[in-house]
Design a protein around this ligand. Structure first.
Ligand SMILES: *Cc1c(COP(=O)(O)O)cnc(C)c1O
Length: 394
């Protein structure tokens, strides 16, 4: 692509309200942040749900492990990069997820794009919820398997696909259903018990991405599958350490043979340098914070904030649907001027015509921050939402 062609594409993006720009943060993640050298604004935009991304306890642990293990891991895991810290983290994850084994990746994105193609090939069938994250979609495309998409959380349509597959599938072809437990841009949850029952009756496998539920929902923050008692019925549990845990990296939890197969086949695991050992060891200790009394206290604060905005809201993500790209951008700008960082989310992250504000709450927020946001939001909805407003603030 020439420079001229790149400029033309950028102009086209700008004229449809879809141009994206990086904004510089001059402070660590936290309750409030400094953007582009401006004065601090309250941060309702990150996935740091428990406020652990700049936590003094974790910082001290990370420093200690860096001194003990060093900064780099030297090579890919299969070459000479598997250090005790990685194995201890994976044992702890397997115990937490009630599975035989677990495997960690450099990111959740890498977990998805490595795992799906390792499990499904050309003659297999993948059935995805329409709102699945880009990493799951890219993993599905990379696999070369036949793709079927069902409308968001539509069990009837999922069953129709499974039924179609049952009639056409070859003797050896595999069927994998892919969904999330908490959806990243809508904050709603999947009917996991019903999906488990369906995949079992059609002899399919199930992958559930818990990126936004891990650390937030379920007993000790173990996720929605744990909350519903479904951990041993989900073949492949996926998630990330980069959201509620405040660190970075992705995981897959499942049976020992499944994990051994990923070690042999997942290209995003094999052909990349292992995450730093100090990071792995810090994640291991962060799991104790997550599942301990401190984690419970943080989830308690987060639940209080969620109920302040909308009582009974299912996750820490609250979307305010506005429709047009420009409307969402203007609403986000107006909130920024009022001191709140709330991002506008547009196509292709969400379907066309469903641009929105995406509010994310954190245990790091104070009660007064959330009350102030709620007041500001009422004004935003009056000014920008075409009736009827997509959320009603109680
Ligand atoms: C963020 C996210 C990922 C990717 O995880 P990273 O660790 O950030 O790469 C995967 N799936 C979902 C649903 C996500 O929201």
């Amino acid at each position: 692509m020439s420079q001229r062609e790149a400029e033309q594409e950028l102009d086209a993006l700008a004229s449809s309200g879809l141009l994206r720009r990086l904004r510089r943060l001059d402070s660590p993640q936290g309750r409030s942040v400094k953007l582009d050298g401006q004065s601090a604004v309250l941060n309702f935009s990150s996935n740091d749900y428990l406020g652990l991304a700049h936590d003094p306890e974790l910082i001290a642990i990370f420093q200690e492990y860096t001194a003990r293990y060093g900064t780099g891991s030297g090579a890919s895991r299969l070459v000479c990069g598997t250090m005790s810290a990685h194995l201890e983290l994976e044992d702890a994850m397997a115990a937490l997820k009630h599975t035989q084994a677990a495997l960690t990746f450099t990111s959740g994105f890498a977990a998805a794009t490595g795992t799906i193609p390792a499990l499904c090939k050309k003659d297999d069938i993948l059935i995805l919820d329409k709102l699945c994250h880009a990493s799951l979609i890219d993993g599905a495309r990379l696999s070369g398997a036949t793709l079927r998409i069902f409308p968001h959380n539509d069990l009837d349509r999922l069953e129709q696909h499974l039924d179609w597959v049952a009639r056409k599938r070859g003797v050896d072809s595999r069927v994998l259903v892919v969904t999330e437990s908490v959806f990243s841009m809508d904050g709603d949850t999947a009917p996991l018990a019903e999906i488990c029952a369906l995949k079992e009756s059609y002899d399919a496998m199930l992958l559930v991405d818990e990126a936004h539920a891990f650390g937030v929902l379920g007993p000790s923050g173990r996720g929605l599958a744990a909350a519903l008692g479904l951990e041993n019925r989900i073949d492949i549990q996926m998630g990330t350490f980069s959201k509620a845990l405040g660190l970075s990296g992705g995981y897959i939890a499942g049976s020992r043979p499944l994990i051994d197969l990923l070690i042999n086949r997942a290209r995003s695991f094999i052909y990349t340098t292992a995450p730093g050992p100090a990071l792995a060891a810090t994640i291991r200790d962060a799991l104790d914070i997550l599942t301990g009394t401190r984690g419970d206290a943080l989830r308690h604060s987060l639940a209080r904030h969620r109920d302040t905005i909308i009582p009974g809201t299912p996750s820490a993500i609250i979307p305010v649907l506005l429709g047009e790209n420009e409307t969402a951008l203007q609403a986000s700008d107006a909130l920024l001027k009022a001191g709140f960082l709330v991002p506008a989310i547009r196509y292709p992250t969400v379907p066309r015509g469903s641009a929105r504000l995406r509010i994310t709450l954190s245990a790091a927020h104070q009660d007064t921050d959330v009350a102030a946001l709620k007041t500001a939001l009422s004004q935003i909805i009056t000014d920008f939402a075409s009736a009827p407003a997509s959320i009603s603030l109680s």
